[in-house]
Design a protein. Structure first.
Lengths: 517, 331
């Protein structure tokens, strides 16, 4: 019988399902536990992976088509920006230091996200989340590379970017973002998803990328602005994935709630501590400011995040407790961080400076509770000293927090005149912390955090000198040796912006342009 | 004030990043592949051991028995960084889309001889599970392998294979309907013809050495499957029986294999040339997995070739051996 039977029509959702999870099967030649060995040790209980709701439905053909279109446009702009000396369009050369911070501190994390999502995209026994994670893994290598390609032209003309990968694994303040991501990747796949997929991509991403991208736009950096905008539609997918992960885990078993809550608490704090670098970038490093760190925190975390946590209340999730501490720190964070970098400006791969008078007025207006009282006098003193030829560089090494690895620069919640110290005795050693939250994170997993590669400890142990260095030699200069180990060029990458090669070149090149134009 | 910045001629301070310059023999202009690949992966000062694999660092060359003095000796001859990759695949998907439209628009699927359509469905649709297995395996190599030069192409390969699984699904839906997918899955799970291959794929899922996994999946299984199924059966035998429309629908796979095998060859060649130990190990792995794969593919080949399957497969294996000999691995 040759009768044409009408084909069954598949809805969009079903169609996507046959294109993804329909490809999977129940193995019988190997045990599931052996194929997915990392799926259960964190204690998360999943009963039915089929309950996973695909956060977006993008088959590979559509993905390729769409992404190639974006790449075509992005690289056309990057090329034009480089050919036209677009870097001379930025507000002033101080701006370029935010780019340095981004390439050395953030772009390597994009790469780590790529590898981390490949791991998660292999580890989950559910096919739906695996596909979504792998697509993010692919996006993340895009982000790492488009950033490197876009910023490559800055490297050709300015200092501090020339060995960003080498620096990321070594330089003291870069261990803050590095250890953050190492922490996430070395956690189990579920915690990784809560750490990066949810806490970072969903809750905190607006506090990282929006400041950099809008800062770039405000300061005439078209290249950075363009890769930022080009990543936006990827980010939208990543955010829906982060949210779906949380909901899925929580809906699967009530026992998952306390585990997930602890992870959210931990990763909100870990992420926030990394954002210290963003806070000082926003308030001090952008010549033309967009909004203050405090305003950004209020809009993106307190308002938007508040609404999110209200929404998650039906699962029993509550606002992370650290939000109270963060609220107490928001008048101080950026000022304390910039003060520290100003101090250690000889050991940083970007330039530091004292803000101009109008910039201080802006800070005073944005921080009426704190700036004039605590921070302006100090900055003015430093400026006076610098004018007299006493630009101050601190050559001692600070104590670092065992968890977040930031120098102990933060003050007691509610008392900006007293440094906050916490400590724990563990197996005969004393460990130091910047806050109750970092201390609690350590106490929950001491066996993990005792492993921290703390840059200052490592310097004292002699691990941060170039090979063949003899620290007992006559006239040994430890700072010089450490900078060599960092591949940080003294006098070019570091020290004050005033008098720097960047400053001179930018003025020279811009001057030529103005005269010719 | 408008400033014409193009008129300024500036002598740059440097041409590329130092870590790139160290690898290309000095400070000179570098390609996007080079800047987007070299040393991207961390190699030093990891903070914590993975809780899921405390025996190793996050990235750790000792996950593999293959030893390289420098894992950036591997080069992708396609020079794929994300942008170049996405553009290449977008072009191929455009062709594929055109071919699907052509076959669908002219009703060519309905004109296929019934026996031939039946053979195609029986042969091709279960292969979507094989492609899915490759997606998982290449995700694993990307995650646990060492060095961006080696791992980067694997995420592209993983997603390509997902794409191939999706094209195969579309072929199933075009020549049949949803039931065809269920039937193919049932065959994959229980039909004797597919069990050797399914066992092969499931056994590959538990391999811990990312380079051995690379061998089992990208070198051996794909190295036999694609020449057998797409180049020989579809483009040759079935096209001659009136199945050119099918060859149009699998054009993506044929082109894809032609392209990716160059990268696979380059990878094997580099690893084998590194040391006698590597070479011996590769010979052992490739021979062992090749024999298993050939055995598993024979009943699959019979679906389309019946008694001719043995001879065709023997020919495919011979060509495979010759190909690997060129890459420096004598089998
Ligand atoms: Fe990203
Ligand atoms: Fe801390």
């Amino acid at each position: 019988m040759d009768m044409q039977v009408a084909k069954k029509k598949l809805g969009l959702k079903e169609k996507y399902q046959v294109m993804t999870r329909g490809l999977d099967w129940e193995p019988s030649y190997q045990k599931k536990e052996d194929i997915y060995p990392y799926a259960s040790y964190e204690g998360i209980k999943i009963h039915d992976w089929d309950k996973w709701e695909d956060p977006f439905r993008l088959t590979m053909d559509a993905y390729w088509k769409y992404q190639a279109e974006k790449e075509r446009k992005l690289y056309a702009i990057i090329d034009a920006y480089a050919q036209n000396n677009g870097h001379l369009n930025v507000t002033d050369a101080r701006y370029i230091n935010t780019v340095k911070l981004f390439l050395t501190g953030v772009s390597p994390l994009e790469y780590m996200a790529h590898r981390g999502f490949a791991h998660a995209g292999r580890a989950f026994p559910g096919a739906g989340p695996r596909v979504a994670c792998l697509m993010q893994s692919l996006d993340e290598i895009r982000h790492a590379q488009t950033q490197i390609h876009a910023l490559s032209n800055f490297n050709k003309h300015y200092n501090g970017l020339h060995d960003f990968r080498h620096m990321h694994d070594r330089v003291w303040y870069l261990s803050v973002p590095k250890s953050f991501f190492d922490d996430a990747v070395t956690a189990g796949p579920f915690e990784f998803m809560v750490a990066i997929g949810f806490s970072f991509e969903y809750v905190l991403t607006n506090l990282l990328f929006v400041p950099f991208v809008s800062g770039a736009a405000y300061n005439g950096d078209m290249g950075t602005m363009t890769f930022g905008f080009s990543a936006q539609s990827d980010e939208a997918r990543h955010m829906t994935l982060g949210l779906e992960v949380i909901k899925f885990i929580l809906e699967q078993d009530p026992d998952n709630l306390p585990i997930v809550q602890r992870w959210i608490d931990k990763w909100t704090w870990r992420g926030y501590r990394v954002l210290t670098l963003v806070a000082m970038m926003m308030d001090y490093m952008l010549p033309k400011r967009t909004m203050s760190w405090k305003e950004a925190w209020e809009v993106y975390f307190e308002e938007n995040g508040g609404a999110l946590f209200k929404d998650l209340a039906r699962y029993g999730i509550t606002m992370p407790r650290c939000a109270e501490t963060i609220a107490l720190e928001k008048d101080h964070l950026s000022h304390q961080a910039w003060g520290t970098f100003y101090n250690y400006g000889a050991a940083a791969a970007f330039h530091t400076w004292v803000p101009e008078k109008e910039e201080m007025d802006w800070l005073a207006a944005k921080y009426p509770q704190s700036f004039d009282k605590y921070y302006r006098p100090r900055l003015e003193f430093w400026r006076e000293q610098a004018a007299k030829g006493n630009r101050f560089y601190n050559k001692t090494l600070p104590m670092l927090c065992q968890t977040c690895q930031i120098p102990m620069l933060f003050t007691e919640p509610g008392d900006p005149t007293k440094i906050c110290y916490r400590e724990v005795d563990y197996q005969g050693s004393k460990y130091h912390f910047c806050s109750d939250h970092c201390k609690e994170i350590f106490e929950h997993e001491p066996e993990k955090y005792v492993q921290s590669w703390l840059p200052v400890h490592q310097i004292y142990q002699g691990s941060c000198f170039p090979e063949g260095t003899d620290p007992s030699a006559e006239g040994f200069d430890p700072l010089a040796a450490v900078l060599q180990y960092y591949h940080l060029e003294f006098g070019r990458d570091n020290l004050d912006f005033e008098g720097s090669e960047d400053q001179k070149n930018f003025d020279l090149w811009r001057g030529q342009a103005t005269k010719n134009g | 004030m408008h400033i014409d910045l193009r008129t300024v001629s500036i002598k740059p301070l440097r041409q590329t990043f130092d870590h790139v310059a160290r690898r290309i023999g000095g400070d000179k202009p570098a390609s996007r592949y080079q800047e987007g690949t070299f040393d991207l992966q961390a190699t030093a000062n990891f903070h914590y051991r993975p809780t899921w694999d405390p025996q190793h660092e996050i990235f750790d060359p000792s996950r593999s028995a293959i030893r390289m003095a420098d894992w950036y000796a591997f080069k992708d001859p396609r020079q794929f960084y994300y942008g170049a990759y996405a553009l290449a695949r977008a072009k191929q998907q455009d062709t594929a889309e055109g071919n699907f439209d052509f076959v669908e628009g002219r009703g060519l699927a309905d004109e296929l001889p019934a026996a031939l359509r039946d053979t195609v469905l029986k042969l091709l649709v279960p292969l979507r599970h094989v492609a899915w297995g490759s997606n998982m395996n290449n995700a694993a190599i990307c995650a646990y392998g060492y060095g961006t030069a080696f791992t980067q192409p694997c995420v592209y390969q993983a997603m390509d294979q997902l794409g191939i699984a999706q094209y195969l699904t579309r072929i199933g839906l075009l020549l049949g309907d949803v039931d065809v997918l269920d039937e193919a899955k049932a065959a994959w799970m229980d039909d004797g013809a597919w069990q050797g291959l399914r066992r092969y794929v499931e056994d590959s899922f538990v391999l811990k050495d990312p380079f051995e996994l690379y061998v089992a999946q990208n070198v051996v299984l794909d190295g036999l499957l694609y020449p057998l199924v797409y180049e020989t059966v579809i483009d040759g035998v079935l096209s001659a029986r009136g199945g050119t429309a099918v060859a149009m629908l699998t054009r993506f796979m044929t082109d894809w294999f032609g392209e990716t095998r160059k990268w696979v060859d380059a990878t094997v060649k580099t690893a084998a040339a590194e040391s006698a130990d590597n070479k011996a190990l590769l010979e052992k792995w490739i021979a062992r997995w090749r024999d298993r794969a050939a055995g598993a593919l024979l009943p699959v080949a019979r679906i389309a070739l019946q008694e001719g399957a043995d001879a065709v497969l023997a020919e495919v294996v011979q060509q495979f051996n010759a190909r690997l000999a060129k890459a420096g691995v004598a089998l």
